[in-house]
Write a protein that binds this ligand. Sequence first.
Ligand code: SF4
Ligand code: SF4
Ligand code: FES
Length: 225
Amino acid sequence: MTEITVTVNGSQVTGREGMTILEVARENGIDIPTLCYHERLAPIGACRLCVVEVEGSRTLVASCHTPITEGMIIYTDSPRVIQTRKVIVELMLASHPDSCLVCDKANVCELRKIAADLEIGLSRFRLRKHYYPIEDVSPYIVRDLSKCVLCRRCVRGCNEVAKRNVFGVAYRGFDSKVIVDLDEALNKDVCRDCDVCISLCPTGALSKVSKRRETKEGKPLIIKD
Ligand code: SF4
Ligand code: SF4
Ligand code: FES
């Protein structure tokens, strides 16, 4: 395979033809935050969190789906890059519910970790928040779309890895949403013994139902993993 030499943050590194900027950076121990990217899925360049500066390019480029070319000069942590990433994360946090302290995924939430790494506390922006009812109809998965960051990892994971195609994306702008069928609550038999989407979700939007009990009144009591 043809070797390609690029310069990342002032150091020359070598990659192989077909590799993306992100892959070369990570192979050389340079961290670039990502959210919609996952190594098990084809990159779509949706969240723009992985942007880097490439000399000669007017705009920042998404490193997760930009292939390297010979002689490329890349900056992964320039002030412009950091500033852009901060704004992206702040906008995500601004429309995210303020429930991190009681969220089941708080310790493993990728959004929280990225925000901490970028030293972002409270968002400067005031945006409308999404409040969707929790979907707990499925015996296997609980969906809380209020915490969804629209990374589409669940959509692609179900499609590319589980080969089930349970999810789609519908509506536009603020109303964009991961849907099931004609925007119905998730409740599919195919989800039995499959937790591909749960394992790929970077936030607390998807969780496993580990036990299902009933309250004294006979109402379902969901205990999440
Ligand atoms: S559990 Fe598996 S089949 Fe069900 S929605 Fe998730 S990825 Fe698709
Ligand atoms: S439910 Fe999770 S994996 Fe799916 S789009 Fe939302 S945040 Fe991403
Ligand atoms: S991680 Fe590259 S665009 Fe989302």
